[in-house]
Design a protein around this ligand. Structure first.
Ligand code: SAM
Length: 213
């Protein structure tokens, strides 16, 4: 994700603390209270500019969506998009996914989305991939029984790596799609990267996996 320096980002984040939650660990185990309902919570890791999150929140008004995005200069764009859509079932966290188990309680999440995660193709960077087993440990902890992890990517290497990683972890693969856009699916909400890569004719991969608990 291209990141432009946005000197106003810190002030914007402070100003919109009801949307970009300032100290997420304070809400651990209490996220539904923040939304004021008992709806399931879905988390997107590496939300980018927020197109997927906004589209999903509109499509599924009875789900609470939380977007986690590391880059301040990117999360402010996502926040502007959320404010424009006026969806109340979204909050954003300016956090590193590494800290996810400090932010959510055991079984607090129903679904995790990994959309077009950075592939980190060099072997020496394997630990940074969001589907490396240390991340799966954290996801397993916070995802409820029967909860799922849904991944989309254009990157064949990351996709194959992740399928192996999920299998070795003992996860159950419930979908492996090697060309998501081959058949029209009006329920599929595209991310910014998805639209960009699919416009270039690249296949989009998707898999769904659940943790055995
Ligand atoms: N999901 C969006 C899409 O599909 O259009 C953005 C994809 S972009 C390639 C990956 C995004 O993940 C970037 O915005 C990056 O800042 C964010 N990211 C990378 N590592 C992260 C981490 N450890 N925690 C949270 N966000 C992360």
């Amino acid at each position: 994700m291209r990141q432009r320096n946005k000197p106003w980002a810190d002030d914007f984040i402070k100003e919109h603390h009801e949307l970009i939650i300032a100290d997420p660990t304070n809400h651990k185990g209490k996220w539904q209270q923040l939304f004021g309902n008992t709806n399931p919570i879905h988390v997107e890791i590496g939300t980018g500019k927020g197109q997927f999150l906004c589209g999903m929140a509109k499509q599924y008004p009875d789900v609470n969506f939380i977007g986690i995005e590391l880059a301040k200069s990117v999360i402010v764009t996502a926040a502007q998009k959320v404010l424009d859509t006026e969806q109340k079932n979204i909050v954003l966290l300016n956090e590193n996914a590494e800290n996810i188990a400090e932010v959510f309680n055991e079984n607090e999440i129903s679904t995790i989305y990994l959309n077009f995660s950075d592939p980190w193709p060099k072997n020496r960077h394997e630990k940074r991939r969001l589907t490396y087993h240390t991340f799966l440990d954290k996801y397993q902890h916070i995802v409820e029984t029967d909860g799922q992890l849904i991944m989309k990517t254009d990157n064949q290497g990351l996709f194959e790596y992740s399928l192996v990683s999920f299998s070795q972890y003992g996860m159950k693969l419930t979908e492996v799609n090697l060309n998501l856009h081959q058949e029209a699916d009006p329920t599929n909400i595209q991310t910014e990267y998805e639209a960009k890569f699919s416009a270039k004719g690249q296949p989009i991969y998707r898999c769904k996996a659940s943790f055995k608990k």
